[in-house]
Ligand binder design. Structure first.
Ligand code: FAD
Length: 368
């Protein structure tokens, strides 16, 4: 019987597999991923923002945890962190859930650096629609670099990695053993293990067998982020307009492009999590008609140079959040040990750097 099976080779599953080997002294850990490479789903298809709190004026805890976790992420993955751009946050005059004064007070409370943008940058924005523009300190990450580093670390630590392999069910086997049944190339195999870590993000509740499902309710959004080539005057910038039906533009280092997302157009559809509705299949069968024209048209009202962006491609992905955070946009972790299957844990991180919150939780668990 092996020590642990980690299901899901995104950033979370990879980091947890490494933690079990390197920190908890497990000897036999297998990481199972349905894609052909690691970190190919949400850990690649995201906005690449290393959050530093600014994005969460309605959720103090998430903002505060971002402030704590950013320096850790930068320390552990310096080569994946990209800082060579200027990050602006702007407050809209109308329909904003936060005023400039509230935003300033909030940044002060969480200790995040904030100063007024210089006039040359203010000029990029339409003053009738934008109230204030701030220089902030926020970074991007290169998800391909992160994937490369994760792969190297897993190899060095001796974690067995099974790719193109999908776990279908989880079962209790006797008192303190579990088994998983997985499919690879049309063949099904059963493996017995002492622990299972379910790190499958959108697929968290898609297992049969004895897996009871998470108690925390989940919601899925089918999202589109446009990948664009910015005109020269915007190439060195990231911009986020807060907080309402606005937009974000962030460098996407893995493709040397920018992502463009819009609160109104990025989510194409949303639904509540159901065990028999596989979110990956739903995305697979979706027609993926881009909404980039609508995004650009609206964003160019606020920043005229955006009309000149060149559309390259879109990243479509399922974004999974906790139902309880619909209103405040908070991104806490889900960390559940299932009472019916005590050696099985389910984990979901709302942001890439929340991994440190998960590892802290694991530190407190009596696993050995
Ligand atoms: C559109 C979007 C924008 C985002 N923007 C940001 C951002 O700017 N900054 C930030 O910090 N976070 C952002 N996030 C959140 C961030 O991407 C996630 O928190 C993080 O990637 C989650 O990592 P993960 O390993 O849990 O998920 P994933 O990377 O999705 O890994 C889960 C893995 O499980 C695999 N899997 C699923 N089911 C099975 C199965 N049955 N058998 C085997 N393998 C399986 C999947 O193929 C996948 O590789 C964004 C997310 C999205 C979708």
């Amino acid at each position: 019987m092996q020590d642990a099976i980690v299901i899901g080779g995104g950033f979370y599953g990879s980091m947890i597999a490494l933690y079990l080997m390197k920190v908890r002294g497990f000897k036999t850990v297998t990481l199972i991923e349905r894609e052909a490479v690691l970190l190919n789903r949400a850990s690649y298809n995201n906005q690449a923002r290393v959050h530093n709190g600014y994005h969460y004026p309605r959720s103090f805890t998430t903002a505060f945890r971002s402030r704590v976790n950013l320096p850790r992420f930068v320390k552990d993955y310096p080569d994946a962190v990209v800082r060579n751009f200027t990050k602006l946050y702007a407050i809209a005059r109308n329909n904003s859930k936060v005023t400039a004064k509230q935003f300033e007070r909030f940044c002060h409370e969480i200790g995040a650096q904030l100063e007024s943008a210089p006039p040359a940058m203010m000029k990029l924005f339409e003053p009738r629609l934008i109230d204030s523009v701030y220089l902030t300190q926020e970074y991007a990450f290169n998800s391909r670099q992160l994937a490369g580093e994760a792969k190297r670390e897993l190899d060095d630590a001796g974690v067995e990695v099974l790719l193109e392999t999908r776990v279908k069910s989880i079962h209790q086997r006797g008192h303190d053993a579990l088994s998983v049944i997985y499919a690879h190339g049309g063949e099904e195999t059963e493996r017995v293990t002492r622990y299972v870590f379910n790190c499958t993000y959108s697929g968290l509740n898609q297992f049969t067998g004895d897996f009871p499902g998470t108690r925390t309710k989940l919601k899925h959004e089918l999202t589109e982020m446009a990948l664009v080539d910015m005109p020269d005057e915007l190439k060195e910038l990231g911009v986020t307009v807060m907080d309402g039906p606005f937009f974000s533009m962030m460098p996407f280092p893995a493709r040397e492009l920018h992502t463009l997302s819009h609160v109104r157009y990025t989510p194409h559809m949303q639904w509540n999590d159901e065990p028999d509705q596989d979110p990956y299949e739903r995305l697979e069968s979706y027609d993926r008609a881009t909404r980039v024209d609508r995004m650009i048209r609206d964003v160019a009202r606020y920043m005229a140079p955006v009309a000149k962006v060149k559309y390259v491609d879109s990243l479509f992905e399922v974004k999974t959040i906790l139902v309880k955070n619909e209103g405040d946009d908070g991104r806490p972790i889900l960390f559940e040990q299932h009472p019916q299957l005590p050696h099985c844990y389910s984990v979901l991180g709302g942001k890439i750097d929340n991994i440190f919150d998960v590892l802290e939780k694991l530190d407190a668990e009596p696993i050995h």
